[in-house]
Design a protein around this ligand. Structure first.
Ligand SMILES: Cc1cc2nc3c(=O)[nH]c(=O)nc-3n(C[C@H](O)[C@H](O)[C@H](O)COP(=O)(O)OP(=O)(O)OC[C@H]3O[C@@H](n4cnc5c(N)ncnc54)[C@H](O)[C@@H]3O)c2cc1C
Length: 371
């Protein structure tokens, strides 16, 4: 079942490699298919059970979250080695095409992907993995809420002065100091090379909080700790509330980004193999397309996505002062409830239980917002 994947980010490569392993003839189209991925990625290790050590740059010894008080998260979080991940996802049977996909037509007998240079590529199954651009799916009608962040890689000693934590600690979020408006938090990860990423993050805003506010806040932290700013910032902009599309898409394009965290990599790495197997097992293009969509856009995934988007709306409407309080409640939930909310893409019962647990713990002033 010849499959064309538009988009050579981690999601596109993961699916291409899985297709090749499943015996599916596969081509990947991207304007720069071998360009190195720049972001610093972190994933919960239990989301990607087969992740090899060669794709891991660092494993923090402790993962902390500070809202009102500090919580130690009992879950392994790993920092990805992008070159190692790419090497793991490279498969010699993947045909690599340099080009930009523009549109797709799908029918009973397969699909045709049109590139901007006029080429037409016929295939049985076409997958949009072009990230937030959603070149073959169409962008969102409304401007989505966004996560934005500004980060710098510091040497470990300087980072320790900024975060207050020993080298090798990951700070999932630290909401101190409180800001009167546009709440932001510190995110910090050991990079495995003697350096630590420190990032000022706005979890969700519509539109996303501008970079100049984030960079000013991070620089204020550096100044307070007496740290000289290094070069080469990481700038993050992740659209959060993209819907799961009706047509076949994978990764961010497929609505994998968690509406409250922006994370999608773990889901893409985990679903690549089941999607490839669904394509491999089908006997017609239509059946392959339908079977693949059943994996990435099941009824349960859609319902959980709707609940998570509701959670995002609550979050973006909370007054600044209540945001740390909200996360204090979240990190006080039992670990399995937290995990269900963060990672249970099809766990409707777990997601609903986490949200109900939050509601029960919330003081009335937050409850009324949730209602
Ligand atoms: C700085 C940063 C840090 C992040 N950190 C994390 C993290 O820690 N954990 C996490 O889970 N997520 C993180 N994310 C979210 C992140 O977007 C995804 O995890 C990941 O990059 C998504 O992979 P993807 O392949 O779906 O999309 P992308 O990585 O966006 O890849 C899309 C690909 O499609 C290609 N493309 C675009 N248009 C076309 C076209 N018309 N035709 C063909 N190809 C096209 C692009 O060139 C690109 O290669 C982060 C994002 C950023 C920006």
């Amino acid at each position: 079942m010849h499959t064309i994947i538009a988009g050579g980010g981690p999601a596109g490569w993961a699916l291409a490699a899985a297709c090749a392993r499943a015996g599916v003839r596969v081509a990947l189209v991207d304007p720069a298919p071998r360009r190195a991925w720049a972001p610093v990625y972190g994933v919960w290790r239990d989301e990607v059970p087969g992740l090899p050590d060669s794709a891991v740059a660092a494993v923090p010894h402790t993962v902390l979250a500070t809202a009102v008080t500090t919580h130690t998260l009992d879950r392994e979080y790993v920092v990805i080695d992008n070159a190692g991940l790419r090497a793991w996802l490279d498969h010699p049977a993947v045909e690599v095409i340099t080009g930009r996909a523009e549109s797709v037509t799908r029918g009973d007998r397969g699909a045709t992907v049109r590139l901007t240079d006029g080429r037409r590529l016929a295939c049985a199954v076409a997958v949009d993995a072009t990230g937030a651009r959603r070149a073959l799916t169409g962008g969102p009608a409304r401007r989505p809420a966004e996560q934005t962040a500004f980060g710098l890689a510091l040497d470990e000693a300087a980072a320790e002065r900024v975060t207050g934590h020993s080298p090798g600690t990951a700070v999932f979020m630290d909401w101190r100091p409180a800001h009167a408006d546009f709440p932001t938090f510190l995110y910090s990860l050991p990079l495995g090379n003697g350096r630590t990423l420190v990032e000022e993050t706005c979890l969700a805003a519509k539109p996303g909080l501008p970079q100049h506010i984030l960079s000013a806040r991070l620089r204020a932290r550096l100044t307070a700790a007496g740290v000289v700013e290094p070069r080469g910032p990481e700038r993050v902009r992740i659209p959060l509330d993209l819907p799961i599309p009706r047509t076949l898409a994978f990764g961010v394009a497929g609505g994998f980004a968690h509406p409250a965290t922006g994370y999608s990599l773990g889901t893409a790495l985990r679903l690549a193999s089941p999607v490839a197997q669904a394509i491999a097992a089908a006997s017609t293009p239509r059946e392959a397309d339908r079977a693949a969509r059943a994996v990435v856009a099941s009824a349960a995934a859609r319902e959980v996505h709707a609940l998570r988007r509701f959670g995002l709306r609550v979050l973006t409407r909370l007054p600044s002062a209540q945001v740390p309080e909200f996360f204090e409640m979240f990190f006080s939930l039992p670990p399995d409830r937290q995990r269900a909310y963060l990672s249970g893409r099809e766990d409707l019962a777990g997601t609903a239980a986490a949200m109900t647990g939050l509601f029960r713990r919330a003081p009335w002033r937050i409850r009324t917002r949730m209602v």
